[in-house]
Write a protein of this length. Structure first.
Length: 277
């Protein structure tokens, strides 16, 4: 009886070991990598009062990891709902990652008839209907003034020709193009060269003077490039990537920067831009 039990236990152990040694790939094959044409994905506007709204439902039903670039953001969810910020045709770029590590990309076009859901107005102010080009204000373009005090250059004031003396190629006839697609910023120098990066803004980061007057309405950041003449003269012309937004309308953009620790009425630098005609 005892020998029978021992033989049974040995047989069970051998069976379990043989199962454990089977290649996982044989039991759970990964399958062939998908091509872009084989992707089962969709981006569908939510209908509101019979119109295609700016709320978009993105769905991936394919066995690949997801990355959706919808212009003003990126989602890595299989299914997600996002807001687009302009009417008309919008491009959504899907990138999928196959189990074998290869990636595939497919572009979807979504038409928005109405901005049924509120979106930050700053996108339209900066980018217009999709892209918008900004140039230096013809006067009082750049210079310094009081931090938390002035709202444009007040002490040392330069026109675009004066800006050229600070950073070659970024003064007169230079421009910046803001695009909703990818939140991209393209700096076009007057030499013909272009520098590309991205931008973002946070309108919750406002600032007030000691007297309670709203001075900055938000914060503006760049990655991969700066704005035109985006340097700090008082810090050895280091590149500046974070700015206070002093003013933003359809016709005027004013940004400011002061080194960390600057107090009220300390030196700040101001950049003033207008749309290109």
């Amino acid at each position: 009886m005892r020998k029978t039990i021992i033989y049974s236990i040995v047989a069970l152990v051998v069976f379990l070991l043989s199962m454990a040694c089977e290649p996982i790939e044989d039991r759970f094959p990964m399958g062939d990598a998908l091509t872009a044409e084989q992707l089962d994905i969709s981006a569908t506007p939510l209908m509101v009062n019979g119109k295609r709204s700016n709320k978009i439902i993105m769905e991936n039903h394919s066995p690949v990891l997801s990355s959706w670039n919808y212009g003003v953001g990126v989602s890595q969810k299989m299914t997600d709902t996002v807001l687009l910020v302009i009417e008309g045709d919008n491009e959504i770029i899907f990138t999928g990652l196959n189990p074998d590590g290869t990636s595939i990309t497919k572009s979807l076009t979504v038409n928005v008839e109405e901005l049924s859901f509120a979106v930050p107005q700053e996108w339209a102010l900066l980018c217009g209907d999709g892209t918008k080009e900004w140039v230096w204000s013809p006067t009082a373009s750049w210079g310094n003034g009081g931090y938390l005090a002035n709202f444009e250059p007040a002490w040392w004031v330069n026109d675009p020709a004066g800006v050229e003396d600070q950073v070659e190629g970024e003064g007169l006839d230079a421009s910046m193009v803001f695009s909703i697609s990818g939140a991209s910023l393209t700096k076009k120098l007057n030499t013909g060269a272009e520098v590309k990066g991205t931008f973002s803004f946070d309108m919750s980061k406002d600032k007030y003077t000691s007297g309670g007057v709203l001075w900055a309405i938000g914060q503006f950041k760049t990655v991969g490039t700066t704005i035109l003449c985006g340097v700090s003269p008082d810090e050895g012309k280091i590149l500046v990537n974070t700015y206070d937004i002093i003013e933003l309308t359809a016709d005027r953009l004013v940004l400011a920067y002061a080194p960390a620790g600057t107090g009220e009425w300390g030196t700040a630098y101001f950049w003033v831009f207008v749309p290109k005609n």
